[in-house]
Design a protein around this ligand. Sequence first.
Ligand code: AHR
Length: 308
Amino acid sequence: MRLTKWLGCAAVGASLLFASASAFAVTIGFSQVGDEGDWRPAFSRDMQEEAKKEGIDLKFADAQGKEEEQLKAVRSFIAQKVDAIIIAPVVVTGWTQVLQEAKKAGIPVFLADRDVDADKSLFVTRISADFNLEGKLAGAWLAQASKGNCNIAELQGTVGSAPAIERKKGFEAVISLFPDMKIIKTQSGDFTTEGGKKVMEAFIKSTDNLKGICGVFAHNDNMQLGAIQAMKEAGLKPGRDFLMVSVDYVPAMKEALAAGDANASVELKSAIGKYIYPVVTEYLKAKQDLPKWVKIPSDLHTAAMPAN
Ligand code: AHR
């Protein structure tokens, strides 16, 4: 069931989001995080397919989760004199120098999906969903489902990444309104199924089979799917005896929701090339200043709650 729908596009952003990238010969370098989970490869595929459709010459570089690889890729794009660079940064820190190099070379940089903590004058804009709102939506769902009374186990995403930082902040902002909601276990599972499974196995051990825990908030679906496996292997019933909420709404999570193993997932759209490329190509044509964040909308999806 779809509970909440939000649109967060500023007027300028909205017109750009729905423009077509059009037949405009450009070469774009795209430095992607890696291929963790199910969401990221879907996003990579979409960027490649959408580029083909729009006649964009896309130079795609997969950093395999390593920031050093991303820095190398960006420097190679600069050396190749691409028209624009798109970066989905692994973590928020460490970007100032390479962004300055791109600026010096006169190559505009756009952030897609994740954020950086560098000065905003060093990139044109960021095109992405609102991770903080995703955390808030997850927190609000859990508050409602638990009637504001829940000890929570949290599976964090990659340490230092924008979605891990912002989803945590948004989630905590909501649960802090409820005196009986607390995160009592938290650890990073690095946005992977294996990571989520390992962390949940450790939680199960250290809490005598999750005694006292009522809900699990995972920063992405893949970690939640790993946690579900670990819980089932321990004879526990996720989705029935534990409230399970996460982010992404990937196909495997839709199945888990339908099977009653999970209860809610905040959608992070992966087909976002159609939002990103028009912003880049319009900028290359008009060179007009843009707002520093062009937001992509998200939805919260839940499965029917099991009757008590
Ligand atoms: O940056 C977005 C996050 O990165 C997705 O939620 C997660 O699945 C991916 O690894």
